[in-house]
Design a protein around this ligand. Sequence first.
Ligand SMILES: [Zn+2]
Length: 194
Amino acid sequence: MADVAPEDGGSAVKKDDGGLPVGPQPGVSYPISVHYCKECSLPVEYCDYGPHPEKCRKWLETNLPELVETLATSDTPEAGEGDEKKHQKRGGKGSKPAATKKAPTKAPANVTLQRAPRGKNKSVTVIKGLGAFDIDLKVAAKFFASRFACGSSVTGADEIVIQGDVKDDLFDVIPEKWPVVDEDAIEDLGDQKR
Ligand SMILES: [Zn+2]
């Protein structure tokens, strides 16, 4: 009771603005140079948040091996932050649709056009793959029917048959109607032999 705890005196270290250090720090060489990663063009500290951290790490290992060690050891500066990073890595692959869509590594979905004989002198046009572009096949079949003034119907899981030889027109008509389908994504399978 009579004793006053000396704690107050011990914790009286002054802290300004959340304790950010001011001035040159021991063990740091100045000026501080920022290394930019050639893979993702981010400062190397941010590679983990880039589109492909694995590639970045390889690039680092070849070009800035001493930095890899620095990053590896400073990977988990605080427990909380470390956890957050792990979560981001896990969710990262699925949650970057913009980056993955532009990457040419994945083969894009294709629409295929094929002319098939029907009767003696007539042909039909078979369109496959529109469904892969999230296009409603029934709506598409109706659109083709009115566009070409001929029969058109959904004939399979991802197949539409147009009663007429309109294959050449479709290369223009499809991208015009559905810009999501690039003209380059339309493949001409030619004539179906019977
Ligand atoms: Zn990088």
